[in-house]
Design a protein around this ligand. Structure first.
Ligand SMILES: Cc1cc2nc3c(=O)[nH]c(=O)nc-3n(C[C@H](O)[C@H](O)[C@H](O)COP(=O)(O)OP(=O)(O)OC[C@H]3O[C@@H](n4cnc5c(N)ncnc54)[C@H](O)[C@@H]3O)c2cc1C
Length: 416
């Protein structure tokens, strides 16, 4: 409201773009119609503060990738900034960021370390979402409070048997008195070695019930959970692990929502997760773009800088368009979620699919521009090349996103 009251301070064109236009059209359209206005002031403040913090991460990013682990002091610093609790509302002690604001934070973290960025995404968005929207007040106070205190959460859905076919999961939760006994194996679980608790999808109905027989639980870290860290190609250090739940006992009250209603909650969570995962892709793309541009301006070939050669110019122009179209779509999808639009699944899947494809293309071209230097283990682009591929797989593959997009067009996906 204060922006409208203070409008007298603006010059005429500034007034039209900053005050009048956003007051008469929705934010999504505003971002699209007003060139150069994507970074509204508050987003820019957030971006600058994360960028400043990220300078501390820069010297350790390559080591995190090489050693496949994040040092404790870095985890502590990121937690102190509130980045593992991005979406936790202020009333539970968190920063209470909108999804669009969270996207900017994640994007800036990923410019430096995709591992830290995806850890923030999982804990601050995918773990947080089902608790905020579906958990009891007691669970909210306990677990949102822990996230706000700097603890991390993990989101355990995928199993060795099934990733794309999430309705086929086999981990079982059996009611015994006042407790559920949870038994089963999950794979590729981000954050697992660092997590204080897990959101676990488990079967409470019969296998043939498929998506109608799945419930969500919060399971505290405990000796019943066996964690084996995996050697992945990218996002190294984010703790991707095989996680075995050996007859883990959780109170009945740790179920999120009603029995057998977990699948829809998972899908709603993934809508948001796809946007924040895409934001990690934006950061990776920006870093590759920065490196390629710098190299093309410095490196000479056949008597002139690379950037003066038409074929290199072609690649740089293509890369910039891929980056900015991805950014627009991710910001639009985030705004759709912030506004509670009906189009959320359509836009989050479009943002994820486009960013994944554009990202893989962009980083490939960046490496091409850097030539042998880019292919060297000493170059950042080599790491970015491995990292970006994950966006085509995690949180639903490109093929799954295409399915969601078409089902949305057919009117077969309802939210709520
Ligand atoms: C780095 C990383 C981190 C991850 N973090 C997490 C996490 O924190 N929590 C979590 O639960 N999961 C996580 N995952 C798992 C991820 O979400 C799954 O890998 C993904 O959903 C794909 O499942 P899948 O690997 O079982 O592949 P599959 O489902 O076996 O698919 C294999 C291939 O077949 C295609 N395919 C499958 N079904 C169809 C179909 N019906 N039509 C057309 N094509 C099809 C797929 O698109 C893919 O190309 C992570 C994965 C990675 C790589």
């Amino acid at each position: 409201m204060s922006i409208y009251i203070s409008c007298m301070h603006y010059e005429a064109p500034d007034f039209i773009y900053r005050v009048l236009v956003p007051s008469i059209i929705p934010p999504t359209l505003y971002y699209m119609l007003v060139p150069g206005m994507l970074d509204l002031e508050s987003l820019q403040v957030i971006r600058n503060s994360v960028r400043e913090f990220s300078q501390e991460l820069e010297p350790v990013a390559a080591r995190i990738d090489r050693e496949n682990t994040v040092p404790d002091d870095i985890i502590r610093k990121v937690a102190e900034m509130g980045y593992f609790a991005l979406r936790v509302p202020e009333e539970y002690g968190g920063p209470g960021l909108s999804l669009l604001e969270s996207v900017v934070v994640v994007e800036e973290l990923a410019r430096v370390s995709s591992a830290i960025a995806i850890m923030a995404t999982v804990s601050g968005s995918m773990v947080t979402y089902p608790i905020i929207h579906y958990a009891s007040e007691d669970l909210k106070r306990e677990y949102l409070g822990r996230l706000a205190d700097g603890k991390l959460g993990a989101f355990a859905l995928t199993e060795p048997c099934c990733g794309s076919d999430a309705a086929a999961i086999t981990t079982r939760a059996v009611l015994q008195g006042d407790e559920y006994a949870i038994d089963g194996e999950k794979v590729f679980i981000t954050n697992a070695p660092y997590a204080d608790f897990f959101i676990v999808a488990a079967r409470t109905g019969k296998p043939e019930d498929r998506h109608r027989g799945i419930s969500l639980f919060i399971v505290d870290k405990s000796p019943c959970i066996e964690i084996s860290k995996l050697e992945m190609m990218g996002y190294r250090g984010s703790g991707t692990s095989l996680v075995r739940f050996n007859d883990c006992r959780v109170p009945k009250s740790n179920m999120i929502g009603e029995p057998n209603t977990g699948f829809k909650k998972l899908m709603m969570t993934l809508n948001e997760g796809r946007v924040t995962t895409s934001a990690t892709g934006l950061g990776i793309m920006q870093a590759a773009m920065d490196d390629a541009l710098e190299y093309a301006m410095q490196r000479e070939s056949m008597g002139k800088p690379l950037i003066e050669h038409q074929m290199v110019q072609y690649m740089l122009a293509e890369m910039k368009v891929l980056l900015e179209t991805s950014r627009l779509l991710v910001y639009t999808a985030a705004t759709k979620i912030d506004e509670g639009s009906e189009d959320i699944p359509l836009y989050s899947s479009m943002a994820k699919l486009h960013t994944a494809k554009a990202g893989v293309d962009l980083v490939r071209m960046a490496m091409q521009i850097l030539g042998g230097t880019g292919y060297s283990k000493d170059s950042r682009v080599e790491r970015l090349y491995r990292d970006i591929k994950m966006i085509e797989i995690g949180d639903g593959t490109n093929e799954v996103q295409r399915m969601v997009i078409v089902k949305s067009l057919q009117g077969k996906i309802r939210i709520g």
